[in-house]
Design a protein around this ligand. Sequence first.
Ligand code: S3P
Length: 165
Amino acid sequence: MPPKVILVGPMGAGKSTVGQRLAHRLGVTFRDTDADIAHLAGKSVQDIFVEDGESAFRAMERDAVASAISDHDGILSLGGGAILDPATREHLDGQTVVFLNVGLADAVKRVGLGHGRPLLVGNVRATIKKLLDERAPIYNAVATYVVETDGRDTGSVVAEIEALL
Ligand code: S3P
């Protein structure tokens, strides 16, 4: 059976970069729920937020995550806010979930000006801080493993995850 690993964590934790590299190392496919949603909607996540609103995005995300978890073997990356949904948290129960943790300074560095990230309007640092504070307990609660990413390169994070599996 190919390993099935679900990556969760905030924007700027490196879910896509780590997930793609990990999938390559393990010889499995990588899937990203934001990409699934954009593909289904025929527009970017940013445009969905602007044109349809966050709650429309969250409803699409709930469905996209549910089908990705049931269909996909390999590495699956969830958008940073997916774990806010109680139904999604239930789907995560019993799965191998890796929380890629990141502190404020590194998260801010990695998202830069926040282009293409619809929640990052106004003061990027303050918004990320608020999201990290609110969501950290939820990421920890759904995680099978917590992997710290602060100050680390992709290769070392991927190697740690491989060793945990
Ligand atoms: C969001 C994170 C984004 C994307 C959307 C909302 C969030 O995904 O789903 O902009 O609520 O934190 P990434 O974590 O992949 O950037």
